[in-house]
Design a protein around this ligand. Structure first.
Ligand code: BG6
Length: 481
């Protein structure tokens, strides 16, 4: 239900809060200017009066919120210096969150505000905060929102789930994955379940392979402290791309509600295993060497940027052997998908930035003789960010009525839409977990990746190299080139 909510952000002085969370709220306010939300920032540092409010104002504006909404929300927001690993400090913070906003009367609804405690913190700190919360009197309706990564492996995710379960019921826990708020990712639901023509062919009978890729031109962007411990597999595949895969492969839910959707996704993830059951053949890893990345901005203006070798980047420890490009091939071993390879890939500092879901359809059972092949593969390409969709179908060649060619039907679906964080936060503030990850699903995603990470740690899969600005290596077999 849509009710007034207080968002308490742990890690409020961090990069994520300023760059993503607050602008996300801003985009939410652009769509719903009257939404009642109050932000309380909490972190370890002392901040001068008005400092956090100014940051809230700027970030909400950046997110697209109108002046009136910005003023209203900023005026009700505040910052509280907090040691979130200390129970007494957390108790004070949560009491402040439940109290009426400064400058307002104790309005009658204020007593029943939903409080969302947002952990913009690394998993080890998140676990400490949860332990400290065991000794705190919690507000009547407390929701917990936790940033990725949720845990650092399957065992860690299990332990964190068990701890969180001692605090609030599972339907009040939201493991955040902003890809679930991307409009093209959400479009997968309508595309699959509201179109007879796709519903019928969305099976291993007709689909030959699936690729889910998120290749970025971005390099390290000063995030070595985080990234060098994560790498491409943990950063992108363990979280975002497995969530997308779950939506692409799940059985049709009877309703698009948090319970049905989360059930359907979890079932698909439970059925997922490494292709061939062997990490050494089902995975690849690589890291970039020095090179030049050419990018184009929105207006098409091209620019070049030199990037040092990953191991020479500031803050990188070469001994850690972190990959910047990862690929894993999976099988959803159930009657819909068995035998269909599903490849997930993501990397940094690439020259060709494919961000998409590609369904490649099987050949027709019989190509009438007389038609001269080769018969191009029919494909559905769902572009992620920017939002596009392409259906590549086989048609007659223009100059040869019996020859075959490919025609492309394309839709550009880029409309004014919520930022992914805005979409996800809107649900959380409403207490709805539809666009967040359930505990069992988070564990499954780690189970799938842990096997690969173990093979990599044992050096059973070679570390390849690619020059920054180059394409994904040819041998990796990308669906589109
Ligand atoms: C983040 C990763 O979760 O997602 C980043 O940590 C990545 O490394 C980003 O660049 C990609 O998402 P978006 O929405 O910024 O394209």
């Amino acid at each position: 239900s849509n009710r007034a909510a207080t968002l308490v952000v742990l890690g409020a002085s961090g990069d994520l809060t300023r760059r993503l969370l607050l602008p996300g709220i801003g985009s939410l306010l652009a769509q719903e200017p009257d939404r009642e939300v109050r932000v309380i920032g909490a972190d370890r540092d002392e901040r001068p009066d008005g400092d956090f409010d100014a940051e809230v104002r700027a970030a909400l504006t950046e997110g697209g919120a109108g002046d009136e909404a910005v003023e209203r929300v900023a005026a009700a927001s505040s910052y509280l210096r907090t040691d979130a690993t200390d129970s007494a400090s957390l108790q004070r913070l949560l009491e402040a969150a439940a109290a009426p906003a400064p400058g307002t009367d104790a309005a009658e609804h204020d007593g029943e505000r939903r409080v969302v405690l947002y952990f913009a913190l690394p998993p080890a700190v998140t676990a400490k905060v949860c332990s400290a919360l065991l000794d705190v009197d919690l507000p009547a309706e407390l929701h917990l929102a936790m940033e990725k990564p949720f845990g650092e492996d399957e065992a860690g995710a299990r332990a964190l789930n068990a701890l969180v379960a001692r605090l609030v019921p599972e339907d009040q826990v939201h493991r955040v994955d902003h890809f679930l708020g991307m409009s093209t990712v959400l479009d997968i639901i309508a595309l699959r379940f509201a179109n007879r023509m796709f519903q019928a062919v969305w099976t291993g009978e007709h689909v030959e392979s699936i690729e889910i890729a998120y290749d970025e031109a971005l390099a390290l962007e000063g995030r070595a402290g985080y990234y060098d411990h994560a790498g491409a597999l943990r950063d992108m595949i363990q979280s975002h791309l497995l969530q997308v895969m779950a939506l692409v492969t799940m059985e049709p839910p009877a309703s698009i509600t948090d319970r049905d959707l989360r059930d359907a996704k979890a079932a698909a993830l439970r059925a997922t295993r490494l292709w061939g059951g062997d990490a050494t053949t089902a995975s690849r890893r690589a890291r970039y060497t020095a090179g030049t990345i050419e990018t184009a901005d929105a207006s098409g203006e091209r620019s070049e940027r030199s990037v040092p070798s990953y191991v020479d980047e500031d803050g990188v420890d070469p001994a850690r052997g972190t990959e910047t490009l990862a690929q894993v091939t999976l099988e959803v071993a159930n009657s819909r998908w068995a035998g269909v390879p599903i490849t997930l890939r993501s990397g940094k500092a690439l020259g060709v930035t494919q961000k998409h879901v590609v369904l490649t359809f099987a050949d027709v059972r019989h190509l009438p003789s007389g038609l001269t092949g080769p018969d191009p593969k029919d494909r559905l390409v769902i572009g992620l960010n920017p939002d596009t969709m392409e259906l590549r179908v086989t048609t007659n060649a223009s100059h040869d009525p019996l020859g075959l060619a490919q025609s492309v039907m394309r839709a550009d679906m880029r409309q004014a839409s919520l930022r992914p964080y805005g979409e996800v936060l809107g649900g959380i503030l409403d207490g709805n977990g539809m666009l967040t990850v359930r505990g069992d699903a988070a564990e499954e995603c780690w189970r799938i990746c842990d096997e690969v990470l173990a093979a990599w740690a044992a050096d059973e899969v070679p570390m390849e190299e690619y020059p920054a600005g180059s394409d994904v290596p040819e041998a990796w077999g990308a669906a589109l080139r």
